[in-house]
Write a protein that binds this ligand. Structure first.
Ligand SMILES: Cc1cc2nc3c(=O)[nH]c(=O)nc-3n(C[C@H](O)[C@H](O)[C@H](O)COP(=O)(O)OP(=O)(O)OC[C@H]3O[C@@H](n4cnc5c(N)ncnc54)[C@H](O)[C@@H]3O)c2cc1C
Length: 383
């Protein structure tokens, strides 16, 4: 076993993303949070830098890198704006569904514009009946006169109001045992009858748009179907498991690093008892706990990403990484708030936003309980 180390190329990528983030994200993250603004205007620039299609092969307009590099991108962005982090990460979900499950024509038609940042992507799976009840989805697709007609409402959808390319799951029938047959379609955002609905006023991750998306008799050609009828459950589940949870883990590694950096800065600058706060051992313990949790979240996240890049099954590893990093982000931001005393609740400092972003990350991509059930299921079955 080798010890964990990024390659020189990965370090260079991190440096390049950090420069972009320092110039374009850090100065505006607070404003995006306050105004609940998703900076969709950054998409072309992120496209040019290769961030919109970081794991997409170059032949489709991507950067030709992998999930490890994607995690680096999301960590760096989320160090300052986890809101933009989840917006980009969900764009990647739409991209991934098309890249991994689309046919050649679909890939050529959609991926170049998604990678260049000309278009924004999304993945609409969750319904009002409960995101955890994945197979209980009620949105429907019916084949009429050679076209699929889609109906229903999705909720809690990131990029709901900005996605130009929206991958949907619908129920298109029942199998011989009466089980729902789930099918996935690519919908053009401007298709007639496809529209955003209610927009959520969220506690955290406010640099992203989250809301309902409605299909009202949306007609899509059979060529918009991903793979075949009945493949939707696998497409949505693997995309959420291996791309969604990977993304949420990396976003929260970014929040954890932000907590440490802000905590150290504050503790060195704040003078108490005539010396810096950082000299107080109780404060050092808080910083030490944050460091341990950051290191653990980073190892879990990048190990799972590395497994994904090596083609090794990693759904359980991503469930563990997602559970740990999101819960740790909440604990660490609370710790740093404690260390800051009264200043911890002042919005001039980002730590309150980190706490809200960590909390808002817990349900996205599946709740903590669901991640624990996945970890338990694998463990109990000896995997
Ligand atoms: C910020 C954000 C962004 C999101 N973006 C997207 C997106 O882009 N696309 C998309 O499709 N969805 C998205 N979601 C939805 C997300 O996937 C769901 O919120 C999540 O799956 C949980 O579903 P729910 O909110 O309906 O909660 P429920 O499923 O209703 O769960 C309620 C509670 O019951 C618990 N629970 C449910 N079932 C079990 C069980 N079997 N055992 C133990 N406990 C259980 C849950 O853990 C939770 O505590 C997003 C959510 C958030 C918060």
């Amino acid at each position: 076993m080798q010890f964990f180390q990024f390659t020189e190329e990965q370090d260079m990528l991190r440096k390049a993303v950090r420069e972009f983030v320092d110039a374009e994200v850090a100065p505006k993250a607070k404003e995006w949070d306050e105004n609940d603004h998703c900076p969709v205007e950054l998409w072309p620039m992120m496209g040019e830098l290769g961030l919109c299609g970081v794991f997409v092969p170059e032949e489709y307009g991507g950067a030709g890198l992998g999930m490890t590099e994607r995690a680096i991108v999301l960590e760096e962005i989320s160090r300052h704006s986890a809101g933009l982090g989840i917006a980009l990460m969900t764009h990647h979900l739409g991209v991934a569904a098309i890249l991994y499950y689309g046919n050649e024509d679909q890939k050529k038609r959609y991926l170049p514009d998604l990678c260049s940042g000309k278009k924004v992507g999304g993945l609409s799976v969750t319904e009002p009946g409960g995101g955890s009840d994945f197979m209980g989805q009620k949105c429907t697709g019916e084949l009429k006169d050679g076209m699929w007609v889609l109906n229903g409402r999705k909720c809690f959808i990131t990029n709901s109001h900005i996605a130009d390319v929206d991958v949907w799951t619908v129920i298109t029938g029942q199998d011989e045992k009466g089980r729902p047959v789930m099918t996935a379609f690519i919908i053009d955002g401007d298709a007639e009858g496809h529209a955003p609905g209610r927009k959520e006023h969220k506690l955290g991750l406010r640099g992203s748009v989250t809301g309902d998306v409605v299909c009202n008799n949306v007609k899509v050609a059979p060529s918009q179907m991903l793979q075949k009828e009945g493949a939707g459950a696998k497409i949505a589940m693997t995309t959420i498991q291996e791309v969604g949870r990977a993304g949420m883990s990396a976003i929260n590694v970014g929040i954890l690093r932000g907590c440490i950096e802000e905590g150290v800065k504050f503790a060195n600058e704040r003078i108490i008892y005539g010396k810096p706060l950082s000299k107080v051992q109780a404060i050092q313990l808080l910083i030490g706990e944050c460091r341990v949790e950051y290191e653990a979240a980073k190892l879990l996240t990048y190990r799972a990403a590395g497994m994904r890049d090596a083609g090794i099954p990693c759904a359980t590893e991503f469930a563990c990484a997602k559970y740990f990093s999101t819960e740790a982000a909440v604990r660490s931001s609370k710790r740093i708030m404690d260390a800051m005393g009264g200043y911890g609740i002042v919005n001039e400092y980002p730590v309150g936003r980190f706490l809200r972003d960590g909390l808002a990350s817990i349900a996205a991509g599946g709740t903590s309980q669901i991640q624990l059930l996945i970890a338990a299921g694998a463990t109990l079955s000896g995997k």
